[in-house]
Ligand binder design. Structure first.
Ligand code: SAM
Length: 284
């Protein structure tokens, strides 16, 4: 079964009907290009076995493209007007598939595993840009059932999330995302596919979950990561001195972990941060 997809005239009509004034605060830029949503769904490798979680469905552009491909779609939308309209849009554009859709009106940063009718296996979303990184990290932590995903975010955020050690843009989002998943940069998305046209470029990021690199506690590891990048230009010996209690102690832990105390955090893989956290925990 197929779904009709939203083109520019449909987006205009729905926005007028709902009297939508898209807000920057909620990152409301709606896709009005069927080819873009088709490309997202095919790159996301969604199958009928997937329960797809979509964050921020908006007017339903991506949701409609997901319905024929997925076994089920759960959409979490914070805007009550948009959340209320979505089931009707699905019935109108994808008759016969609308019963695959569950809409939850909620803040994606606060959803918990028990809020979902079935454990989501894939995240596919055009994310609200100002909260894209915290949303992805929250969902990966909260929903162990999430195995893979493809998200559209601001191009620079896509670069940062998928950056590898040594890269200029490697930082906290890259390391934390790597704790959960193998993250890859996928293609660019031009501004003109959105209404209203945003003033930044967009890009896609795909991920597939991996085992955590160590048995260290995630919170402990993330504390080391935050400390290392809070003073990103500093050598780790200095950057981690506050976290460790002293520069000498930081140096001792770094050497024990096999890390040169004079390197910077941007050179370390997530497994290195985990090793440092593990050694510090062992001594406590
Ligand atoms: N998926 C739609 C599309 O591609 O046209 C809309 C994407 S738009 C970039 C982001 C959407 O996320 C908006 O519908 C906005 O209301 C919603 N949103 C913003 N913050 C949110 C949050 N914290 N939780 C859930 N949805 C949110």
């Amino acid at each position: 079964q197929q779904a009709a997809l939203l083109g520019p005239a449909d987006v205009r009509r729905l926005a007028e009907e709902l009297d939508i004034r898209p807000t920057k605060k909620l990152g409301q830029n709606f896709v009005h290009d069927p080819n873009t949503v088709r490309r997202i769904v095919s790159s996301a490798s969604v199958t009928a076995d997937d329960v797809v979680l979509e964050i921020g469905p908006g007017l339903g552009s991506l949701t409609l493209a997901l319905l024929p491909a997925a076994g089920a779609v759960t959409a979490v939308e914070i805007d009550p007007v948009l959340a209320a309209r979505l089931p009707r849009t699905a019935a109108e554009f994808a008759p016969g598939l609308a019963d695959r859709l569950t809409v939850i009106e909620a803040d994606a940063l606060r959803v918990r595993a028990e809020d979902f009718p079935a454990p989501p296996t894939a995240l596919v979303a055009n994310l609200p840009y100002n909260v894209a990184v915290p949303v992805v990290l929250h969902l990966l932590a909260e929903l162990p059932s999430l195995e893979h995903g493809l998200v559209m975010v601001q191009a620079e955020v896509a670069d940062r999330m998928s950056a590898q050690p040594g890269s200029r843009v490697y930082g906290v989002p890259s390391v934390k995302a790597a704790w959960y998943a193998d993250v890859r940069r996928a293609g660019p998305v031009p501004r003109k596919v959105f209404w209203p046209v945003p003033n930044v470029d967009s890009g896609l990021v795909s991920f597939r979950r991996v085992e955590p690199p160590s048995s260290a506690r995630r919170e402990d590891v993330f504390r080391v990561v935050d400390a290392a990048f809070a003073q990103r230009r500093k050598a780790l010996r200095g950057a981690l001195s506050g976290w460790a209690g002293s520069a000498a102690r930081a140096e001792e832990l770094l050497r024990a972990a096999g890390v040169d105390p004079m390197t910077r955090g941007e050179q370390l893989r997530v497994a290195d941060f985990a090793r440092i956290a593990e050694l510090a925990a062992e001594d406590r």
